[in-house]
Design a protein around this ligand. Sequence first.
Ligand code: ZN
Length: 260
Amino acid sequence: MRTQWSRLLRVCCLFLIPSLVFPAQAEPDSSKLDRRATPAVFQISTLDALSLGLYQGVYAIAALKQQGDFGLGTFEGIDGEMTILNGHFYHFRSDGVVTEEADSSRVPFAVITTFRSEIRFWTDGVSMDQLGQQIDQHIPSTNLFYAIRIRGKFLELTTRAIPKLFPPYPPLSEAIEQQVKFPFQNIEGTLVAFRGPAWVKGINQVGYHYHFISDDETAGGHALSFTTGPVIVEIEQLQQNSIWVPDKGPFLTAPLPVTQ
Ligand code: ZN
C-alpha cells in the first residue's frame, strides 16, 4: 500500500514540477479575479542550474516579453545583469554601460511578472536589511512570492555586474569573484525586486533579490547594498509560479538539485 502511494506521489510530482501551480484561495476575491488572471511569476531555468555554470542562452527575449513587463535575470555567458521595467529589457554590463537588449538575444535565467501595485507604503533612510524588515511587516505571509517595486532616491547604492564568460563556464561562486562593483550616490531610479519563500530554495532566490535601473537609464545592476532616500515601495502578491526548463543541452545531465 505504502509503495503504491509513494509511486502515485512520484507520478504526481513529475507532473507538478514543470509548473508549480498554487491552488486558488478557498474563497477567492471575485472582484479581483474579474479584473485579471491569477497573479503569476514566470521563470527561466533554476538558480541551482545557474550556480552550476549553466550560462547558455536558452530562452529568447522576444518570447520573454510575452511573459510580463517587470523582472530580472542575466544574459548568455552571465554577461552583466538584466532589469525589466515597464516592458524595457535593460542590459547593464561590467563596463558600466546600459543598453536595451535585442529580441533575438537568449537568456539562461530570468524571473518575470506583469506588475500590479497592490500594497504600498513610503519609507526613507533605510538600508537593504531594514527595507526587507519593513516589507515583511506589510505582507500576509513569508510563504508566498512577491514582486516589489521601489521607486525614488537612493543616498547610496552599490550594484555589481559580472564580465561575459566563455565555455567551459565556471560555477557561479567562481564567476562572482570577477564581479565589478559600481558605487552610486544620490541616484534616482527603481529597484525591481522579488521575494521568494524559503521552500523555493534551489529553484529561485530565497528572500529578497534586487536589481536596479536609474531614471536616466544609464546605471543598473544587481544591488549588493543601498540606503534609500525617500522612496515608495509597491508590492504585488504572486500566487502562481511557472518554471520553464530547457529540454536539451547541459540542463538534462546537470547534477540537480545542488546539495550543500
Ligand atoms: Zn541578481
